[in-house]
Design a protein around this ligand. Structure first.
Ligand SMILES: Nc1ncnc2c1ncn2[C@@H]1O[C@H](COP(=O)(O)OP(=O)(O)OP(=O)(O)O)[C@@H](O)[C@H]1O
Ligand SMILES: [Mg+2]
Length: 248
């Protein structure tokens, strides 16, 4: 189970998560993706599921089973390899308002992770999170095997990341890896990596380039499939391989 997280919003968690799911499924794995960013869900859009009818919200209120709720979002391009299953957050304003106002049972969410793993026969389960430190994230960090911590090369991100890393260590997360996203070419990437690793004490899996090309698609589709030879897609593939190695 891999929790993708960042202290600040908009670091690229959902895009990175969706594309890693594609790359791991491409190499024959069954991959689950669950959106726990219930106040502002979004990863379903990247998988072309603009209005999901079965959602994590419905699961939390016990309207149906995980088996019934999981959506097969395996792209045609990787048909014949592994599967990607999605448990989407509900984009309905009433559902979002309810979650924000009333919260939900965290124990139930842990059960959903477990049931999802079994129902999808998952090799990997990605948990896409809401940014910042909040109850759901703390719980997800506690049960995850790997915390993938995203940040941009920005001082506001550095300080928040330090806080989160400190909390994650106290919670005993078994493995933590950093991914820097939206790095511009003129930065000294080698020095950025070494500063990050010495400051935080855990490896940086990749530094991902800022890309006008991904912006061009405007959240329409999966970049690794659209531009597989782009340096960003190549780097995402390398992260997927590193995750695959970590598992074995
Ligand atoms: N390497 C990149 N270069 C340029 N733009 C990027 C890159 N990675 C992601 N983006 C863009 O950044 C925006 C935010 O990405 P995304 O939604 O994946 O972030 P997030 O961390 O999930 O955000 P949130 O915290 O709101 O959930 C999107 O418009 C996405 O296309
Ligand atoms: Mg997101």
């Amino acid at each position: 189970m891999i929790a993708t997280h960042s202290y600040r919003g908009g670091t690229g968690k959902s895009n990175v998560t969706a594309n890693l799911a594609v790359e791991l499924a491409r190499s024959g794995h069954n991959v689950g993706v669950i959106d726990t960013d219930l106040p502002s869900p979004g990863i379903h859009i990247l998988f072309g599921q603009d209005q999901p009818t079965t959602t994590v919200n419905g699961l939390l209120s016990r309207e149906y089973s995980v088996k019934h709720a999981m959506i097969d979002v395996t792209p045609d391009e990787i048909e014949g390899a592994g599967h990607i299953w999605l448990l989407a957050g509900s984009p309905k304003p009433t559902d979002i308002a309810r979650i924000v106002k009333e919260g939900y049972d965290l124990e139930r969410l842990i059960d959903i992770y477990r049931e999802f793993g079994a129902a999808g026969e998952l090799d990997f389960l990605f948990v896409d999170t809401h940014p910042g430190i909040n109850e759901t994230t703390l719980m997800s960090i506690t049960v995850a095997d790997l915390l993938l911590m995203l940040l941009r090369p920005d001082r506001q991100d550095y300080q928040g990341t330090a806080v989160t890393v400190d909390v994650a260590r106290k919670l005993g997360v078994p493995a933590l890896r950093f991914v820097v996203n939206k790095a511009i070419a003129s930065l000294d990437w080698a020095s950025l990596r070494s500063t990050l690793e010495t400051t935080y004490g855990d490896p940086c899996l990749a530094i991902l380039p800022q890309s006008d090309e991904i912006m061009m698609y405007g959240g329409n589709g999966l970049f690794c499939l659209q531009q597989p030879d782009h340096p960003l897609a190549v780097a995402l593939r390398e992260i997927a391989q590193a995750i695959s190695i970590l598992r074995h």
